[in-house]
Design a protein around this ligand. Structure first.
Ligand code: PMV
Length: 320
C-alpha cells in the first residue's frame, strides 16, 4: 500500500489565471507551460489501516497547514473510505513562493497515491485528478511544452513539444524566499470579482495561445518571448487593478526585468515571466544561459539563482 513519485514544477508561458468552476477547479482560460528538470518534489504515500488520522511531513517537519488539501486529493484518487495516509514530501526548492511547488507536489502526490491504492490510471486521468487539486499541477504530468485546454467538463492536457525537441534553459532569480501573502485561488477570485481587466483577459486568451502554439511549433524564441511577456504582464495588470490590489513584485523583481531587457538589447535570446510571487524566471537559449545567469546574479536584490533545463512529466520513482 505504498507509492513514491517524483514530479517537477512547471512554469507557465501563457498563464492560467481565473476559474470557470470553483467546485471542480476548472480554469477560465487555457494555458501553456514548460516542465522543468532540476527542481523536484518527491512524494511518498503509505496507506495504513492502523492509522487513525492522516499525517504529513514536508522536508522532515510536520505540516498541518497543507494536510487538508493533500488529504482531499488522496480522497479523489483512492476514495473517501480509504485508509489513513502517511505522506512524506521532500522538495529541493522554496515552497509557496511562486515557484509552482503546488504543481509538482500535487502531480507527484496523485501518481504516488494511485500506485499506493493499487489503481492503474493513465496520464490523462492522473492529470485530471491532479488538476482538481491545483490547476497548474495537471501540466506537470507531462514533460516539455504542455498545453492545458479550456474545453469541456474535464481538465485536459496535451504535449506540444518534448523537452529534448526544444531544449531551452530557465534561470530562476530568487528575490525573496518567504511564502506568498495571498494564495493563487483567493487572488484569482479577487481578480474575477473586482478587476476591470478580467473579462478582456479571458476574451483574448485564445489569441495568445494560438500565437504561442505557432511560435513553439516553429521554435521561434523571439515570437514566443513577445507573447509570453505580454501575457505575463497582462496577468499582473489584472491583479494590480483589483480591489484590494495584489502586487507580488518587489523592487528586485523590477530590476530583474530591466536586466532581461538589457540582455535582449545585447542580442541574447531570453525573455522573462513571473508567477504569483516575486521571483523572475528568465527563459533562454542554452548558449546564452551563462550570461543570463551572471547578469541576474549581479542584479541587486537577487538572493539566489537556480538554473534548470526542461524535463519530463511526473512518474513513479524507479526501484533501486
Ligand atoms: O495552479 P495554481 O492554483 O497554483 O495557480 C497557478 C497560477 C500561476 O502560477 C500564476 C499561473 C500558471 O499558469 O501557473
Amino acid at each position: 500500500m505504498q507509492g513514491t513519485a517524483i514530479a517537477q514544477p512547471n512554469i507557465a508561458l501563457i498563464k492560467y489565471w481565473g476559474k470557470r468552476d470553483i467546485e471542480r477547479n476548472l480554469p477560465a482560460v487555457g494555458s501553456i507551460s514548460v516542465t522543468l528538470r532540476e527542481l523536484h518534489t518527491r512524494m511518498q504515500v503509505d496507506f495504513d489501516d492502523a492509522l487513525a488520522a492522516d499525517a504529513l511531513m514536508v522536508n522532515d517537519a510536520p505540516d498541518e497547514a497543507m494536510l487538508p488539501r493533500l488529504a482531499s486529493c488522496l480522497d479523489s484518487v483512492a476514495g473517501r473510505d480509504r485508509p489513513g495516509a502517511r505522506i512524506v514530501s521532500t522538495c529541493n526548492f522554496p515552497i509557496a513562493a511562486g515557484l509552482a511547488s503546488s504543481a509538482s507536489s500535487f502531480a507527484a502526490l496523485t501518481v504516488a497515491a494511485a500506485k499506493a491504492a493499487g489503481e492503474s490510471l493513465d496520464t490523462a486521468r492522473l492529470a485530471s485528478l491532479a488538476g482538481r487539486a491545483s490547476g497548474s499541477a495537471a501540466r506537470s504530468l507531462l514533460g516539455g511544452f504542455v498545453e492545458l485546454e479550456n474545453a469541456g467538463d474535464d481538465i485536459v492536457c496535451r504535449s506540444l513539444c518534448g523537452a529534448e525537441d526544444w531544449p531551452l534553459t530557465v534561470v530562476v532569480a530568487i528575490t525573496e524566499s518567504g511564502p506568498k501573502p495571498v494564495g493563487s485561488t483567493e487572488a484569482m477570485e479577487i481578480s474575477r470579482r473586482t478587476s476591470p481587466f478580467y473579462s478582456s483577459w479571458v476574451d483574448r486568451q485564445s489569441h495568445d495561445l494560438e500565437i504561442a502554439r505557432a511560435a513553439i511549433a516553429a521554435r521561434d524564441l523571439e515570437k514566443l518571448a513577445a507573447i509570453a511577456e505580454h501575457n505575463c504582464l497582462k496577468m499582473h495588470s489584472i491583479m494590480w487593478a483589483s480591489r484590494p490590489p495584489m502586487v507580488y513584485w518587489n523592487a528586485a523583481t523590477m530590476r530583474c526585468l530591466q536586466t532581461v531587457r538589457q540582455l535582449q538589447g545585447e542580442g541574447k535570446g531570453v525573455f522573462f515571466t513571473i508567477d504569483a510571487g516575486p521571483q523572475v524566471k528568465a527563459v533562454c537559449l542554452p548558449e546564452h544561459a551563462t550570461e543570463v545567469e551572471a547578469a541576474l546574479r549581479a542584479t541587486p536584490g537577487v538572493t539566489d539563482i537556480m538554473t534548470t533545463g526542461l524535463g519530463e512529466g511526473a512518474r513513479l520513482e524507479s526501484p533501486g
